[in-house]
Design a protein around this ligand. Structure first.
Ligand code: DMJ
Length: 621
């Protein structure tokens, strides 16, 4: 029986075992068994419908606790497996060779292993034009501000203490990659002359690390290897700034457990607990600082950053992670997980992304991260993958702590909800198979685990593309997939957007996020399948059509189902740092930023793969 140990709210000692949904008999299923299971599921539909409705009632009752996990009562578990397995729309997949379809056309040679993919010059230029349209507007209306509002043509800062270069630093490596040298030089001059981290205010530790520290480190790296000697000379500017910021960020790790506090005052260097979530830290936020801090140590020879970052991984590995998947909240006070949702979207996503990338960053010399990654992917495939009835789309779902409707014991409710954020996962699976482009792969001769990873990775990319089949051609922030128990609907549609409740538009928004195009880029570089470029071009054209602001810049939209959509007055910094960078590289030739020599942090900042000079016992354990 699959299960996960779930901790109580801080202060309470008891540990409990919460069963996770899996095949009731706890075994893995092959293709024939899946078909058989589908039949069984169909005959069980009535039972499932009743159970699902009851489950929904339980979740509604449990609602405020899932919103405020730290307030939740102790997780007392019994009989959890029954509800979870019965209402789950998940089957565990095993993709046996016997039934194997050709995974990818055999005429397409695998680019991994040295085959070069040529640039599509026209499309690459179109993406570059979009970047210039965005950057020029920022320069004109909001230069030096952290954020840019393209409709009101103004800028603003994250805090009243002044800007920390949120947009400029986040864009530095993109400016270099797109070869926008005069623009890069103006950004560099701003960093050299204006950027200061002496800001007496609280900044988000994770966002500051991935965007600013990551941006500076990437700018340092790309300038240091630039072919133009005058640009090479800029490298120390960015390293000095990175060290200054890194030292300030160390204050975030002052918690009793060594996990970072969610906030950091850059002047006092005090770590500040997250006020919104009763002081607990997000899994993704605590566990996605490692690539940046470890590279900073590698550059400086000062391993204080490395050790702080690695301690986080050590705590998580030693805590209640079962089958490699974990709740989204963890307490910096005691280093224990708190009863909360298990998901691959917000607050969970980049934890899983960084397991693989940490292993790749140090050239596969820290096996603990590959082990943690493999275990996590196994857990994801076992517990979090669903498939729609209508078209067989593969999607990811969430597990929410819930009460059993019958006896109020705690269990997991399977919720077929997929944040757009999860769309990074498809490309990540392919990156895992190719070991970051280092292994030559015959896509028609994968071992069993690789086949599973390939089918799930490719499937998640396909379902993410399906969520772009809206009036605007853009995907919503959150997609709900139809459960099998919803018989009629499941036969007619694969997914839907939850209706707008109380005027709060969240699910239907598109805020220019990068995750789908990130996966398309990784999938294209890994397989050479032109389908990924075609999809990337479709997504890009939809951004062009609905998000381009006539006076300059691009804006998110309020509802992907409404044409024309209402634009939102915000151009997120990840539009420049990630979305357009990934699109540009998708259409670029594969010699530019080759995958086997680089990793992208979770904000798409480009860092080199390096041989570590320091390896801890944990990393090889
Ligand atoms: C980015 O800031 C990062 O990719 C982060 O990991 C998740 N959210 C945004 C983009 O959607």
């Amino acid at each position: 029986m699959a299960e996960i140990r779930q901790r109580q709210a801080p202060g309470e000692k008891e540990q409990v075992k919460v069963p996770l949904p899996s095949d009731p008999k706890g075994k893995r299923l092959d293709k024939k068994e899946i078909d058989k299971k589908v039949e069984q599921i169909q005959t069980l539909n009535v039972v499932r419908l009743i159970l699902s409705l009851a489950g929904l009632g339980a979740v509604a009752w449990f609602g405020y606790k899932t919103l405020y996990p730290i307030l939740s009562t102790p997780s007392i578990i019994s009989d959890g497996e029954n509800l979870a397995t019965k209402i789950s729309s998940t089957s565990t997949h095993k993709f046996g060779k016997k039934n194997q379809q050709p995974l990818i056309s055999s005429e397409i040679p695998s680019p991994v292993g040295g085959i070069k993919l040529e640039a599509d010059i026209e499309k690459r230029q179109a993406v570059k034009d979009a970047f210039i349209w965005s950057w020029n507007a920022y320069e004109k209306y909001a230069w030096g501000s952290d954020e840019f509002s393209p409709l009101s043509q103004s800028g603003s800062n994250l805090t009243s203490a002044g800007g920390i270069g949120y947009t400029i630093v986040d864009s530095l490596d993109a400016l270099l990659v797109l070869d926008l040298i005069p623009e890069y030089e103006r950004a560099r001059d701003w960093c050299k002359n204006e950027l200061s981290f002496e800001k007496d205010a609280v900044f988000n530790t994770f966002e500051t690390t991935i965007r600013i520290l990551g941006g500076l480190l990437s700018a340092h790296y790309l300038t240091s290897v630039h072919t133009n000697p005058s640009i090479q000379k800029d490298a120390p500017i960015f390293l000095d700034l990175a060290v200054d910021l890194g030292e300030r960020l160390l204050g975030a790790f002052s918690s009793p457990s060594g996990l970072p506090w969610s906030g950091i005052n850059l002047v006092t260097r005090d770590g500040i607990p997250d006020r919104d979530n009763q002081g607990v830290a997000s899994l993704a936020e605590a566990a996605s600082l490692q690539l940046e801090l470890k590279y900073l140590s590698h550059l400086t020879g000062d391993y204080v950053y490395w050790k702080k970052a690695e301690r986080v991984s050590e705590i998580i590995r030693g805590e209640a992670v079962h089958d490699g998947i974990a709740p989204i909240f963890i307490s910096p006070m005691n280093g224990q997980f708190v009863a909360s949702e298990i998901r691959l979207g917000s607050r969970g996503d980049s934890y899983y992304e960084y397991l693989l990338k940490q292993w790749l960053q140090t050239d596969r010399e820290e096996p603990v991260y590959r082990d943690m990654y493999d275990e996590a992917m196994g857990g994801i495939k076992k517990h979090l993958i669903g498939q729609t009835k209508k078209s067989g789309l593969i999607f990811t779902q969430e597990l929410h702590p819930a009460r059993h409707p019958r006896d109020q014991t705690q269990t997991w409710q399977v919720v077929p909800k997929q944040d757009h954020l999860v769309c990074f996962l498809g490309g990540s699976f392919l990156l895992g198979i190719t070991e970051g482009g280092k292994r030559s792969i015959d896509w028609n001769d994968l071992d069993e685990a690789q086949q599973e990873d390939f089918v799930v990775g490719k499937g998640v990319i396909e379902s993410c593309m399906k969520t772009h089949e809206t009036a605007t051609g853009l995907a919503p922030e959150i997609a709900m997939f139809v459960q099998w128990s919803d018989e009629q609907r499941a036969a007619d549609e694969d997914w839907y957007i939850k209706p707008n409740l109380n005027g709060v538009l969240i699910d239907g928004r598109n805020i220019l996020r990068p995750e789908t195009v990130e996966s398309l880029f990784l999938a294209y570089r890994s397989t050479g399948d032109e389908q990924y470029r075609e999809w990337g071009w479709e997504v890009f054209q939809a951004f062009e059509k609905w998000c381009k602001v006539p006076s300059g810049g691009y804006a998110g939209i309020e509802d992907v189902q409404t044409v024309p959509p209402k634009q939102l007055d915000r151009m997120e910094t990840f539009w420049l740092a990630e979305t357009l960078k990934y699109l540009y590289l998708l259409f670029d030739d594969s010699d530019h930023i080759p995958l086997d020599k680089h990793i992208f942090n979770t904000e798409a900042h480009i860092l080199p793969v390096f041989k570590p000079e320091y390896i801890s016992p944990f990393a090889t354990s």
